[in-house]
Design a protein around this ligand. Structure first.
Ligand SMILES: *Cc1c(COP(=O)(O)O)cnc(C)c1O
Length: 470
């Protein structure tokens, strides 16, 4: 028997909506502070949404990281936690799930994604190395730099244009990459750092054709490819929907094929894998496995738990299976796109096409009168909280940080506010409330002047920087 998905039903009967393939068994109350309360809260937080207390937030779209709602099966799995120091049953379950679905030979568990980034950067990067990638990610690039490397962006130009409708804006520009390999020499490139989807470009996917072509280019020069697989399941949905020949392939098969063109991956399980904590590093090469297994016991924990409790590894192993279900993914990305369509219909500038995990507001276009050194995206995130208690995140000049050589701000082309949708947490009615709040802030845009930074931490400043209104 074949099950009808919302998509195949649509083909049979005309338009049909997607719906979540689950019902709600437990609820967590949320509340909206009054205007005076919100003004006090955001001032106390230094106009940085990372410094707000969660209790003061109404709808929390700060991040999709670790904010997932787990299923009844995952919660049941938590009770099967084997909290042995070494050789926990849950580790072997996790290892089997990663091998089955991602296809890599070896697994090293870590407490979360950046733990894995630390290990791979330390294991493979030597001072003076160059690491090309399809747009930077904050923690990924920092670990590459701390290991003595320099990140070089080789994403296609379309990714830097928020209005460009390219279906795979996460693609690597193979010409840029080949020029770089020829310029610095393949021995200076420990690996290509490939991410699917690309968070900083707006959750934009990489096509299967691109990763295939990347593989043959890298093979010609003997360069490895390691994948940031944090949102690869979401990336696979875009391949299924947009790429010739993949319409009838399950998400799980697409994920596995994609990984087959890479040498290994690191993962923040707090995203795609529907868990609240966890991560891993996986690889096919034994040399990296051996080094990473040595390093993990220094920085994370024994190589059979890597900083996770047994119960967390169990929830993660079950989450991997759930994340790769087609009906789940249609509803997941369907909800993100529902919010994107509402905002588009009201002509609010957003990054298009809408990506997999979030809708990104184009703060540069919305606050065209605020120069980038007055932090338009940071300002927009603060205004959205003031209007309606909704928490979002800056992804612009504050996130980009300073150039380690010149000490100047790095001015990214994209100055965005991310409305990140947690998985299986909010309803369509919440999305309506969010869209209306964005509209209200957009309509008042002329009245806003921007912010100045009054405290700046040295690393990953966006987490803890403080601001004052101008
Ligand atoms: C979140 C994230 C990471 C880092 O993972 P953590 O679990 O937060 O440490 C790395 N890469 C991407 C693309 C991410 O979104």
């Amino acid at each position: 028997m074949t099950h009808l998905t919302p998509m195949t039903m649509g083909q049979q009967f005309g338009r049909r909506s997607w719906a979540e393939p689950w019902k709600i068994k437990m609820v967590e109350p949320i509340r909206l502070l009054d205007r005076a309360g919100r003004e006090r809260a955001i001032a106390e937080a230094g106009y940085n949404t990372f410094l707000l207390r969660s209790e003061d937030v109404y709808i929390d779209l700060l991040t999709d990281s670790g904010t997932n709602a787990m299923s009844d099966r995952q919660w049941a799995g938590m009770m099967l936690g084997d909290e042995a120091y070494a050789g926990s049953r849950n580790f072997y379950h996790l290892e089997a799930a990663v091998q089955k679905h991602y296809g890599y030979k070896y697994l090293v568990p870590t407490h979360q994604g950046r733990g894995a980034e630390h290990l791979i950067s330390k294991a493979l990067i030597k001072p003076g190395d160059v690491i090309p990638g399809n747009m930077y990610f904050t923690t990924t690039r920092l670990h590459q730099e701390l290991a003595g490397g320099t990140f070089v962006d080789v994403i296609i130009d379309e990714a830097h244009d928020p209005a460009n409708l390219h279906p795979f804006k996460g693609n690597v520009d193979l010409g840029k990459l080949e020029d770089l390999i020829k310029r610095v020499g393949p021995e200076k490139i420990p690996y290509v750092s490939l991410a699917g989807t690309v968070n900083m470009a707006g959750g934009q996917p990489v096509s299967m054709a691109n990763v295939k072509a990347l593989r043959s280019l890298c093979d010609r020069y003997g360069v490895r490819i390691y994948l940031d697989a944090t949102r690869l399941a979401e990336n696979a949905w875009f391949i299924q929907q947009r790429e010739e020949g993949y319409r009838d392939k399950p998400i799980a098969a697409i994920v596995k094929e994609f990984c087959s063109y890479t040498d290994g991956a690191w993962m923040s399980a707090k995203k795609d894998h529907l868990a609240n904590i966890g991560g891993w590093l996986a690889m096919n090469h034994e040399d990296l496995y051996e080094t990473a297994r040595n390093l993990v016991v220094i920085y994370e924990g024994l190589h059979t738990y890597g900083g996770m409790a047994g119960r967390d590894m169990e929830a993660l192993a079950i989450g991997i299976e759930e994340a790769l279900q087609d009906d789940y993914m249609s509803a997941r990305i369907g909800q993100v796109h529902y919010l994107g369509e509402l905002l588009s219909d009201w002509n609010i500038p957003i990054v298009k096409p809408v990506g997999g995990h979030a809708v990104f507001l184009d703060a540069k276009a919305i606050y065209a009168h605020i120069p980038q050194d007055r932090f338009p995206a940071q300002t927009l995130a603060a205004q959205l909280y003031l209007d309606s208690g909704i928490r979002s995140m800056e992804r612009g000049v504050v996130s980009a940080g300073r150039d380690p050589v010149t000490g100047e701000h790095r001015y990214p082309k994209l100055e965005l506010v991310r409305l990140t949708i947690p998985r299986r947490v909010y309803t369509q009615a919440h999305m309506d409330v969010v869209a209306e709040a964005v509209k209200a802030v957009y309509d008042e845009r002329e009245k806003v002047r921007g912010l100045r930074m009054v405290y700046e931490p040295k690393y990953l400043r966006f987490f803890q920087a403080r601001f004052e209104p101008l």
